[in-house]
Write a protein that binds this ligand. Sequence first.
Ligand SMILES: [Zn+2]
Length: 135
Amino acid sequence: MRLRIVAAVLAAALVAACATSATNTLPQTKRDALRIDDIALSFAPDAAIVWSDGMSRRYRWTDLRKNCPCAGCNEEREKPPDPFRILKPSELVPLKPVKIEPIGFYAYRITWSDGHDAGLFTLEKLRSLGQPVAD
Ligand SMILES: [Zn+2]
């Protein structure tokens, strides 16, 4: 129920935004939309992303993985913590992204060193997770 309300509110906001942009400004093309200009994975344990508006943000790999938006990770996060859970050997190795690839104009897929690649990070999600980098 709550999701439907949120979806309805988002739809209304999108319609309002489209109506505003159609009357006040030139229509925004996909080329004008916020995008990622560069991703550097070499700053272990961080990644650096340079956005098309000039902003640079730094991302801790652990924060990205903790916020993986896939259904499996969402389900894991909703479970109560189990103090007796035994870590799998693969969980003892620090994870790192091995590939970040664009999905259309709206998201990026991160492939992790353990093979997990189900999460599609929308541009808005990626932008919200990063910490601004001072120039
Ligand atoms: Zn996931």
